[in-house]
Design a protein around this ligand. Structure first.
Ligand SMILES: Nc1ncnc2c1ncn2[C@@H]1O[C@H](COP(=O)(O)OP(=O)(O)OP(=O)(O)O)[C@@H](O)[C@H]1O
Length: 249
C-alpha cells in the first residue's frame, strides 16, 4: 500500500476546558483531495494550525513525508514541503505574476549573488518560474501585476508560489471563500487538476465544491471525526446527516 504523505494520529488540543481537537486521526494519500468538513467551531482551523505548526498539539503525532514533524516550527515544516495558502496572502501586488514566482524560485535556490544580470533577464529564474506558471494555467497572465489578476487567478498564483517553493502537499483553508459562483467553478476545476501535482487537505464550507472534488471526506464535530469516507458514504451516513449535512444533497 502507498504510504500516506500526511498522517495525523490521536491528536489532542485543549483550550482551557474546551477540547478543540479530541483524538483526531486522519491521513492524506498521494494524488488525493481529502476534505475536512464540519459545523462552525468544530475545530477545523485548529487542526490545520496544528498541522502547519502555528498551534502546538497537547499530544498525538503528525507525520509528513515519513517523518515526525510535530515538534518542528512553521518555517521548517514549510521547508519540507507542507504548503499552506489562502489565509495570509504571500503576493507582492505591484509585481507581475512572473516576478512573484521568480522570487519564490530564487528563495528556493537560496542564491542572493545576482550582481551580473537584472533578475528579469536571468533565465535560471525566468524559466522555472514560467514552467510553474504554466503548470497552474497562468502562463498567459505572466506579465500582469498580481493586483490586476482576478480573485481566482490570485489563488492560482499563490499555489504557483507554493509549488515553486517545493510544496509536496497543500493545506487549503476555505479557498472558495469570497468567490462568486463563476469563480468557484473555475477554482474547482483548477483544484481538480492540482491534486496530481500534490495532494490536498481541503477545509471548505462550499458543499458543491467539496462533493465535486473530494476523494474522501472527514466530518469533524466538536473536535472529533465522526465519519470518514467517500462522497457517497458521507451523504448516506445518518450521523453526518443529523449532525451537519441536513438538506445538503
Ligand atoms: N486560541 C484559542 N483560544 C481559545 N479557544 C479557541 C482558540 N482557537 C479556537 N478556539 C475554540 O476552539 C473551537 C474550534 O475552533 P475552530 O476555529 O478551530 O473551528 P472551525 O471548525 O475552524 O470553525 P469555522 O468553521 O467557524 O472556521 C471553537 O470553540 C473556538 O472558539
Amino acid at each position: 500500500m502507498v504510504e500516506p504523505v500526511l498522517q495525523i494520529s490521536d491528536l489532542v488540543k485543549s483550550f482551557g476546558a474546551l477540547r478543540a481537537t479530541d483524538g483526531v486521526t486522519l491521513d492524506l494519500h498521494p494524488g488525493e483531495i481529502h476534505a475536512l468538513i464540519g459545523p462552525n467551531g468544530a475545530g477545523k482551523s485548529t487542526l490545520i494550525h496544528q498541522i502547519c505548526g502555528t498551534v502546538r498539539q497537547d499530544s498525538g503525532t503528525i507525520r509528513f513525508a515519513g517523518q515526525d514533524i510535530g515538534g518542528l516550527g512553521v518555517a521548517e515544516r514549510a521547508q519540507r514541503g507542507l504548503g499552506r495558502t489562502f489565509q495570509v496572502s504571500s503576493l507582492a501586488p505591484e509585481f507581475s505574476a512572473l516576478r512573484n514566482v521568480m522570487l519564490a524560485v530564487q528563495a528556493k535556490q537560496g542564491s542572493s549573488f545576482r550582481f551580473f544580470k537584472p533578475a528579469m533577464l536571468d533565465r535560471s529564474l525566468t524559466e522555472p518560474a514560467m514552467t510553474v506558471l504554466d503548470r497552474v494555467g497562468l502562463a498567459e497572465r505572466a506579465r500582469i501585476p498580481a493586483s490586476e489578476l482576478s480573485h481566482g487567478e490570485r489563488r492560482q498564483l499563490e499555489i504557483a508560489i507554493a509549488l515553486a517553493l517545493g510544496s509536496r502537499a497543500f493545506l487549503l483553508d476555505e479557498p472558495m471563500a469570497g468567490m462568486g459562483p463563476e469563480g468557484s467553478k473555475t477554482l474547482t476545476r483548477f483544484l481538480d487538476r492540482l491534486r496530481q501535482e500534490a495532494p490536498i487537505l481541503l477545509v471548505e464550507h462550499d458543499m458543491d465544491a467539496v462533493f465535486a472534488l473530494a476523494d474522501r471526506i472527514s466530518v469533524l464535530v466538536y473536535g472529533r471525526i465522526i465519519a470518514t469516507g467517500t462522497v457517497e458514504d458521507i451523504r448516506r451516513d445518518p450521523a453526518v446527516r443529523s449532525a451537519y449535512l441536513g438538506d445538503h444533497d
